[in-house]
Design a protein. Sequence first.
Length: 178
Amino acid sequence: MKLKTGTAVAIMVILVVFSVCFGAYRGWNREKALVNETYAGLENMLQTRVESAYNLLTVAARHMPSGNELLQRVANERDVLEGKYSLREKAKANEGLTGDAAMLLQALAGLDSVKNDSRDRMYVESYLPQMLAESESLTAKASYNTAAKEFNESLRGSFSGWLARLMNVGPAEEFIAQ
């Protein structure tokens, strides 16, 4: 049985289109998997932030009433960073923790009970501010966000990325609080 030239060309075009689409889909999924592998580093940085918040709250609980609004905000932000929330929600909590932890440290530094407790004074004046600043800096420099931004820009800026998006390959979630 002979195929007509038009039928053969149509089959060949269909196979080429399928190959291009399948290649785009597999390639972009592989790239996204590489981005997701860097997420573990970000999670480690966020865990350091959580530990810093726990330490701050432990010291603050010894000197402030449990219903204090600032204590509650820091505890809520810690819970978001530690919980099953989106990266956007975690980024927002991370930003909030930066400001709220600084205000809580400032409030603690002004309390006579902290000034009279040499251990807690040391925590409030040196250890906790340093730990919070370092964890904030490391989180900001996490390679996950760079990888996610580069992936998203490439996905939006190429023909194969357009094909992959048509086949439901979505952008990587970025660690930004907007």
